[in-house]
Design a protein around this ligand. Sequence first.
Ligand SMILES: Cc1cc2nc3c(=O)[nH]c(=O)nc-3n(C[C@H](O)[C@H](O)[C@H](O)COP(=O)(O)OP(=O)(O)OC[C@H]3O[C@@H](n4cnc5c(N)ncnc54)[C@H](O)[C@@H]3O)c2cc1C
Length: 445
Amino acid sequence: MMLSGWGRHPAVDCRLERLRRPEDLPGLLHRGATLIARGNGRSYGDAALNPELTLSMLAMNRMRAFDAGTGLLDCEAGVLLTDILEAFLPRGWFPPVVPGTRLVTVGGMIAADVHGKNHHRDGTFGAHVESLTLASADGAIRECSRTENADLFRATLGGMGLTGVILSVRFRLRPVETAFVMAETLAARDLDETMALFEASRDWPYSVAWIDCLARGAGLGRAVVTRGAFIERGALPPHLASNPLRPAPAGKLRVPADVPSALLNRVSIGLFNALFYRRGRGRARSGARPVHFDRFFFPLDRIEAWNRLYGRRGFVQYQCVLPKGESVAGVAALLERAAASGQGSFLAVLKLFGPAGEGLMSFPMEGYTLALDFPLRTGTRALLDGLDEITHRHGGRVYLAKDARCAPERMREGYPRLGAFEAVRAEAADAPPRFASELSRRLAL
Ligand SMILES: Cc1cc2nc3c(=O)[nH]c(=O)nc-3n(C[C@H](O)[C@H](O)[C@H](O)COP(=O)(O)OP(=O)(O)OC[C@H]3O[C@@H](n4cnc5c(N)ncnc54)[C@H](O)[C@@H]3O)c2cc1C
């Protein structure tokens, strides 16, 4: 069937099979064929696509054990983050790191070694994984942790499914007393102010900025910065205190059809950005307020199929990270280039990263990460190549979970531990490597 990632580009005709039991794996593989595991398809580009065999993990979705003394959860890799939240938040537990959508699998979170709004404090999801089980193409299963098959463990965190099929995972949840985050919104008039607010918010567990990406000149990098921390039970306002661990409110909007690309222009996108900034400035005047975690962490999930907003041809999310010392100049150059192209994005998101973790191919490094969405049209590729050039010049790299078009040389320059990754992969896999995706072929991995 035709499959794509969240950006809907590229769409590729793939043989899709569901893995129900690990022992079925060798039987699903035709002789000499390659395969890639697929979670919930929330990576944006071509990471979870392989025409020969794309292996859906969604049927491997059992939670196997939970230790209420330590918060240790043992679950299969196809379990969705949304199911973990539904099962454990009412009991006072929350995952240590969550991405911007709850519609991802645990396997996908490890393969991309995802980050959240708390990377500066808590690192990536992988930092909280105790161990995982990994299947190779012949069905052999290995236990991987920091003490057993440690190289394979480090290669699998951020390894984009290229080291094997993650079958199950043990990681630690954290106790929370309420489902609410005390969120404070601050307005920044330019990039210097935006970054100064991040630095001043280091003690807050969560921080993120939405940048008005069409602002230029003196307003370049103006943003709405939000920071937050889970509220303790005793600090909840009285109207929320009766049910402190309440689930997310029901009700969603749905984008019913592809938005015609004629509506995505400088005027509509500029208007959206300006309104968003003005609303945020209004909030900034009203001080900190309690917000349900679902709204704080996953605002985009409230709009079902929002990827249709970018039209039938799909879109690309460009996400890069730049080292700390290069961040002001590099982010300014990226924003300037994007704004000058007129191909602005609805939202540009900026986050602060702490030090890089142990995953050999993990994306984060100490510095700032910027994410921009671009509808695909004539000229978009040239713009993105230009952004790559800026990222490279400032010593940064692009995020493979979002990528659909980066050139192999550019990617290689950004990932200095790629050689070590390739060595582990060659040793672990039968040669030639059986785990491959459209992404790995494009990037010659
Ligand atoms: C709205 C939105 C917001 C997002 N926000 C963030 C964010 O804040 N931070 C962040 O880091 N990411 C973010 N992402 C990206 C997303 O978290 C990652 O792409 C994640 O990997 C998607 O998980 P998935 O289960 O959908 O995996 P898929 O997209 O299906 O696959 C992603 C990769 O994981 C591999 N994989 C999946 N399951 C397995 C398995 N069992 N074994 C081996 N490999 C496997 C695939 O081969 C592929 O390489 C966001 C995505 C969206 C759509």
